[in-house]
Design a protein around this ligand. Sequence first.
Ligand code: RM4
Ligand code: MN
Ligand code: MN
Length: 413
Amino acid sequence: MSTDFHQKSVSLLSEQLAEKGIDIQELLSKISAFQIAVPSWALGAGGTRFGRFSIGGEPRNLEEKLDDIGLLARLTKKTDAVSLHIPWDIPQDAQAIRQKAAELGISFDAMNSNTFQDYGQSLSYKMGSLSNANAAIRQQAVEHNIQVIEIGKSLGSKGLTVWLADGSNFPGQAHFRKALQWTEESLKSIYSKMPDDWKLLLEYKPYEPNFYHTVIPDWGTSSFLCRQLGGRAKVLVDLGHHLPNTNIEQIVATLMHQGMLAGFHFNDSKFGDDDLSTGSIKPYQLFLIFCELVGGAEENAQAWESISWMIDASHNTKDPIEDLIQALESIAQAYAKALLVDRAKLAQCQVEGDVVGAQEILQDAFLTDVRALVREARVRSGGEDDPLAFYRKEKIREKLIAKRGKNSQASGL
Ligand code: RM4
Ligand code: MN
Ligand code: MN
């Protein structure tokens, strides 16, 4: 798009919005301020249980993962943090890593522990970790999480994300109540080792890798456990961790109502935990989620700043950097559209029972083309006007392949 055309689009939008009483400058600064963390495991091509197809030039170590996120940050101005996964990302020299990240303008978002696979530790997690019937295995899983906190402290992180894969595949395999009780006790031991200025983000997921029962299957169980821990434990909503047709925006509203929303793992899905690019399948749902977020923050249910934002996706057919550029753009668009909703009019429609009017208000915002707005915010922050086009024009993947090889990959998914 030419600069001239872009400027015309911005002026037109500015006029349209002014008519609705919306100040474009304020919108631009909100969009610019909104930053989303990128997970370290999204930089390499992911796989399925059937196979993995390397795209080449993938980061071979933590330093190179940081380089890729630094590039994303520079192009998009939409991310300024990385979320690490332990043991995939154990830094050899935490000080050096911290310094490198700082030079790239990147900080360390929540740390992710991993008790869903075996990686050489002495006792196996095959039958579960924090909920395992064997106390020694539970203890090992607790110690792993404490180690993750220690690594996070050395990097300046302020959070621990726990996703518990524990569950069972067949009736009778696990004792539901005991498994929950042991999970609660294990989480309490972890929580007690967390610094005062840290938060614990507890994920839930209905199924996979277990297919009969999952110990923390839903937001209700997650929030129940968080309440047993204390005020710094909150529920993390991973968009892919819901059964089809679940009203996720309502879950978001309910959690905000109770001040229990820790943050997000953004992705999109058609069937389950598909980890597809955010906004690629259900952009309207993403918009409705942002409507709840914007509304909840405006109405003081929960402060915007108390919520953590992160992408959690893994792609096996796209260039991961291109995919992350698309995801960051989609999230920014959904947020921008939610900011356009006339909340006063919507409240009035709700009081008057004007169903049609309410739908018109939401769709008017959703159908507004905000691409020029997001682009303008990015350019004003010093980013590329078209990050994807720039990435392709500069042949960045080709350069990465030349540098790192065709079949490079760090540990991860
Ligand atoms: C899980 C969950 C976790 C992520 C792992 C890799 O399904 O979403 O957040 O750390 O995948
Ligand atoms: Mn997740
Ligand atoms: Mn997931």
